[in-house]
Design a binder for this molecule. Structure first.
Ligand code: FES
Length: 133
């Protein structure tokens, strides 16, 4: 094989690898969390800053009323690589243990190697139950 053929093959291999990584990232978002078991607001997330991990979606209460706007819901999958982020209630940040990316409560990148925000979910309330919409 000639030098140009090797170069072409190498470049094609690199682009293929990035394509595969992009697919992994795209499919890592826990879409199956949508419509999953609800949070009973008479028992859980009663106080501001309370949070819960519901099937890979971290839901945080940020206001006192029982409306969907009183809660934030972020995927716990880091957007840098598919590691799982942890929520630190005191710092109000998501921290990735793999490469130390930091995200604010809204999932926005505030530090580290990640360049994309955490995936945000919409929420809805039916009766006393909070659901991922
Ligand atoms: S996997 Fe989260 S910062 Fe790299």
């Amino acid at each position: 094989m000639e030098r140009n053929a090797y170069l072409t093959l190498g470049i094609a291999t690199i682009f293929s690898a990035f394509g595969i990584l992009a697919c992994i990232k795209a499919t890592s978002i826990p879409d199956d969390a949508i419509g999953q078991a609800s949070v009973d607001l008479t028992l859980q997330l009663k106080n501001i800053d309370d949070y819960i991990n519901l099937g890979g979606v971290i839901i945080i209460r940020v206001a006192p009323s029982n409306t969907a706007k009183s809660f934030l819901a972020e995927s716990n999958i880091c957007t840098n690589l598919p590691c799982t982020v942890n929520y630190n209630r005191d710092l109000k940040q998501f921290i990735c243990p793999c490469d130390n990316s930091l995200f604010d409560q809204n999932g926005n990148v505030i530090g580290g190697t990640a360049t994309q925000s955490l995936y945000n979910y919409k929420l809805k309330i039916i009766g006393n139950n909070l659901l991922i919409d």
